[in-house]
Design a protein around this ligand. Structure first.
Ligand SMILES: [Cu+2]
Length: 121
């Protein structure tokens, strides 16, 4: 039987597409990266939704002063000095709505410096 080069190329191309899309899907699912800017007296964004069971990286950048972010139930506690960025990676294990607060006294409005994290299925 005559070897059909074009058929082989078709099979190779098909397998490459299948493998690459599987890898792209995995990469998409592998980490949720959230950048959070802290300044007196708010976080931006202040309403974040992440998925349960998928690692999340929170990257906190402090602008005008030292700030931190504490979310007790999610075991998040990161402090970023003025002008710097700190990261934490964690995997949420429970669905719910959780409150995060600034844990570093940063002035008169410090107590109102909050954000909300929703963990969904
Ligand atoms: Cu503060």
């Amino acid at each position: 039987m005559k070897f059909k080069y074009t058929n082989l190329m078709f099979v190779v191309a098909y397998l490459a597409i299948v493998l690459l899309s599987a890898r792209a899907l995995r990469a998409q699912d592998s980490t949720q990266h959230i950048e959070i800017a802290a300044k007196r007296f708010s976080f931006t964004p202040n309403d974040i939704t992440i998925k349960k069971g998928i690692p999340a990286t929170f990257s906190l950048t402090s602008g005008d002063a030292d700030h931190s972010l504490k979310i007790k139930e999610l075991n998040v506690n990161i402090a970023a000095k003025k002008g710097s960025t700190k990261e934490v990676t964690f995997t949420p294990t429970q669905v719910g709505t959780f409150e995060g607060r600034c844990g570093t006294f940063c002035g008169s409005g410090h107590g109102s410096m909050k954000l909300t994290v929703h963990v969904t299925e």
